[in-house]
Ligand binder design. Structure first.
Ligand SMILES: CC(C)(COP(=O)(O)OP(=O)(O)OC[C@H]1O[C@@H](n2cnc3c(N)ncnc32)[C@H](O)[C@@H]1OP(=O)(O)O)[C@@H](O)C(=O)NCCC(=O)NCCS
Length: 179
């Protein structure tokens, strides 16, 4: 990807992702996704171009290491192919290039995530050799400004118990008491 490609990648991603069910709320498609990845991981920010030079697909990846353990991990954050070019193995080529680069950088394992309902992506990733899907539960709650009558477990029990506050002291002592 080059810096001039950022806006085209953002627009293509917007077309592809804004109607998809979000998998996780910590990641939504916006211009920062592209610019941040491009700045932090330019080697793992890839585009595919048609002979005309028009961008037909992109893939954004990153790597990380855990403090404990010696393995380096890759995360394929986003991959998208323009609808006109889908099922023509453009996604597969981009994916293989991403994997090759991650491997060169010392990555031993790659992760991806997609909504279960995104069956084409799930099939695509299975075809790319992914397995062992983990089921995670994402829950949400609308929080209200007014206090409700029925308390949920632990509600109202702010901060540490009196006994612990006395024992520990510290800068949070006063605010814990006043809240
Ligand atoms: C998922 C996506 C990237 C796949 O890209 P693509 O270029 O269309 O896929 P390819 O042509 O390289 O497909 C490779 C293999 O994956 C599988 N596959 C891909 N799309 C599929 C579909 N819609 N249905 C079934 N299998 C599919 C096939 O096995 C295919 O091989 P084959 O055509 O020889 O049978 C593309 O559909 C896309 O951009 N989707 C919208 C964005 C998205 O959901 N991204 C993933 C989450 S970030």
């Amino acid at each position: 990807m080059k810096v001039d490609d950022i806006s085209d990648v953002y627009r293509l991603g917007y077309r592809l992702f804004h109607s998809l069910e979000p998998t996780t709320l910590y990641r939504t498609w916006d211009a920062y996704e592209v610019t941040t990845n491009f700045n932090q991981d330019p080697r793992l920010s890839l585009v595919a171009e048609a002979p005309s030079g028009k961008i037909t697909a992109f893939a954004l990846g990153t790597t990380y290491e855990k403090e404990s353990g010696s393995w380096k991990y890759g995360h394929l954050l986003w991959i998208g192919v323009s609808p006109r070019w889908q099922r023509a193995h453009v996604g597969a080529q981009l994916y293989h290039e991403m994997e090759r680069r991650m491997h060169q950088d010392g990555v031993r394992m790659v992760f991806m995530d997609a909504a279960r309902s995104n069956t084409s992506a799930v099939r695509f990733f299975k075809r790319m050799g992914y397995g062992r899907p983990e089921t995670e539960v994402w829950m949400s709650k609308v929080i209200q400004a007014q206090p409700r009558k029925k308390k949920t477990a632990g509600e109202g029990k702010v901060g540490l118990s009196k006994r612990l506050r006395r024992k520990r002291g510290g800068p949070w002592h006063e605010s814990a008491r006043s809240s």
